[in-house]
Design a protein around this ligand. Structure first.
Ligand code: GTP
Ligand code: MG
Length: 236
């Protein structure tokens, strides 16, 4: 069963619907925090930098329904608007994005409805992000309501670009001059090379730390066997 529809109940029905969307956001957010804590414990590293969650405003919902030529009813909003509940997961490196997406897929009660990989296939604007539309069961006192949540997973650099690009485009209401769109695409390329550079730098740092650790262990082992040999020959 999906979130309950209008049934002519107006505001009460809207409140009930937002209650389930809020519950769905809380559930996903908590799951992500648990995965992040576990990752920290097992791998001594946090893939998630931070999480932002929001419920779409009634004004934006009505605007989107109108854009798509639909009547503003609660039934239509529940059925056709997939991003009423939205969560953005900001991580450190591009490789973390797929790691987090896989972890979400493995959660038994989270059903993945659709995936849009704008990292492998960036948008014409230069936009990069990994989108998942999921459905989660929300347990109410008398029913279980399957609720949709749009998850966007991106790096800090991708988030930086998307936030600024959104602000700039908003000013032009989507009609930005060509040279501005071109420069934004160039910025998106810089952001991508920054992400690549940071990823390879992180790999180099980890390799370097591993080598230092191996050297430390082998030096310690050599020192110990040297001391043992000296002791056996009575020269300690
Ligand atoms: P909408 O109906 O507009 O939500 O588009 P859609 O259902 O085709 O989804 P899509 O995956 O294209 O985009 C969903 C969300 O991704 C948007 O609401 C934005 O948050 C983000 N997004 C998509 N394209 C861009 C872009 O070019 N720039 C920025 N800044 N954000 C984008
Ligand atoms: Mg959207």
């Amino acid at each position: 069963m999906g979130p309950r529809g209008d049934n002519g109940e107006g505001i009460d029905s809207w409140k009930e619907v937002t209650l389930t969307y809020n519950a769905a956001l809380k559930m996903i957010e908590t799951r992500m925090e648990i995965l992040n804590d576990e990752f920290q414990h097992v791998h001594c590293y946090n893939p998630i930098e931070h999480i932002k969650a929001r419920i779409k405003t009634p004004e934006s919902i009505v605007k989107k329904l109108k854009r798509d030529g639909r009547e503003s009813t609660i039934d239509n909003m529940v059925k056709y608007i997939n991003d009423i509940a939205g969560i953005r997961i900001i991580c450190s490196f591009t490789s973390d994005i797929y790691r987090i997406a896989d972890m979400i897929c493995e959660q038994k009660d989270i059903q993945v409805v659709a995936v849009k990989d704008y990292i492998t296939f960036p948008k014409a604007s230069g936009y990069k992000s990994y989108h998942m539309l999921v459905s989660v069961p929300i347990f109410l006192s008398d029913s279980v309501v399957d609720t949709k949540v749009e998850i966007q997973i991106r790096t800090i650099a991708m988030d930086f670009w998307a936030s600024l690009e959104h602000k700039i485009y908003y000013k032009f209401e989507g009609n930005a001059p060509e040279y501005i769109s071109r420069e934004l695409r160039e910025c998106a390329e810089m952001v991508s090379s920054l992400d690549e550079k940071m990823l390879s730098l992180n790999k180099a740092i980890l390799d370097c730390l591993r080598e230092q650790e191996e050297l430390r262990i082998s030096t310690k082992r050599n020192d110990r066997s040297h001391a043992q040999r000296m002791a056996m020959s009575g020269l300690s």
